[in-house]
Design a protein around this ligand. Structure first.
Ligand code: FAD
Length: 301
């Protein structure tokens, strides 16, 4: 059974789009179109969309801020969902707990925690994603990661019902989690520890400064391309094997941080992917280390 666009349009109006340009929704500014793109205006609308999709058994792709996604040039068949502004909110629900919508930017959460004198969330000011993407990736830096601050996650299951999972139900590991990628996170409860605002601010500013020094800014990238192998740094392996000067078309590697791959402007996704594969191959040949991707590559070639 195929999805009927007109029927979807009648039911979901302005929230559903055909052939939406995905390059607008990721940090590389790359990728083809989404055949069906849904940006729900409310939780109720998202629930009814998932219920509607149930009988079609169709794959769903969720996009957060697109700061960890390389979307291929052929775009995404099936369905793409991007949570809209109704999913970006922050509430203090008790002294130590913040509830945030899944599309809330990590940076905003760090600022909100600071305003409410909650420590432990300062590192979020350095991660350019949403909290939904953060839970999937177990994002982090400077010894902190999402696993340390999540209390529970609310999501929509395949029947379109809202469910809640405590963090103990999710296995978090280095740059990933066991959270089922087919479920849609709608909100997350985060825990902080009461502390002096001046101390929190100091730490937050220190982290931001460290990032500025070590990483490039204002470029089209998805941050670290590869995970660091045990007791090694991916950027050092790339540099030591001479891969840092490799290019493919308009895809290159940052001079400031060799694990950041860049769309110099006008690159194709296929060029970034080819550069990734070339680097992976050469590092393996020279060191025997098989680099594992941190960014996610999705869509059709
Ligand atoms: C300049 C730069 C610096 C970075 N620095 C760091 C860093 O220091 N540490 C670090 O860990 N990462 C870093 N990243 C990577 C990235 O910001 C994180 O992985 C971030 O958490 C991804 O969030 P996102 O919203 O952009 O997710 P996306 O990239 O949009 O998606 C990532 C994954 O999460 C899934 N997803 C997103 N939202 C939801 C949802 N609501 N429900 C279910 N699944 C969802 C997607 O389907 C996908 O599988 C950096 C990236 C850039 C561009």
């Amino acid at each position: 059974m195929n999805l009927n666009y007109q029927d979807l349009k009648n039911r979901f109006g302005e929230s559903i789009h055909k052939d939406e340009k995905l390059s607008k929704y990721n940090w590389f500014n790359l990728g083809g179109n989404a055949e069906l793109f849904f940006k729900p205006k409310s939780l109720e609308e998202l629930k009814s969309f998932i219920k509607y999709l149930k009988k079609f058994n169709i794959k769903i792709n969720i996009i957060g801020a697109g700061s960890n996604l390389l979307i291929r040039d052929g775009g995404i068949k099936e369905v793409t969902i991007k949570l809209g502004s109704k999913f970006s909110y922050l509430n203090l629900i008790d002294e130590n707990t913040i509830e945030v919508g899944a599309a809330t930017l990590d940076r905003k959460i760090a600022d909100f925690a600071l305003q409410n004198s909650l420590s432990g969330l300062e590192f979020l000011s350095c991660i350019p994603g949403t909290i939904g993407g953060g839970v999937i990736m177990n994002s982090g830096c400077y010894g902190y990661d999402i696993s340390k601050i999540v209390k529970s996650v609310k999501f929509i299951d395949k029947d379109g019902e809202i469910r809640e999972m405590p963090s103990s139900g999710i296995k978090f590991f280095y740059r990933g989690s066991s959270f089922n990628p087919e479920l849609i996170i709608v909100s997350v409860q985060l825990i902080g520890k009461k502390n002096k605002q001046t101390d929190i601010e100091k730490k937050q500013l220190e982290f931001i400064e460290r990032k500025k020094i070590s990483q490039p800014s204002q470029i089209k990238t998805c941050g670290s391309t590869f995970k660091n192998p045990t007791e090694k740094k991916a950027w050092k392996l790339i540099k030591d094997t001479g891969c840092h000067i490799m290019t493919v078309g308009k895809a290159k590697i940052s001079e400031k941080h060799c694990n950041f791959f860049i769309n110099e402007g006008g690159a194709k996704s296929s060029e970034i992917e080819e550069l990734i594969n070339k680097v992976k191959k050469k590092v393996f040949e020279k060191t025997g280390i098989d680099l594992e991707l941190e960014i996610k590559i999705i869509g059709q070639k």
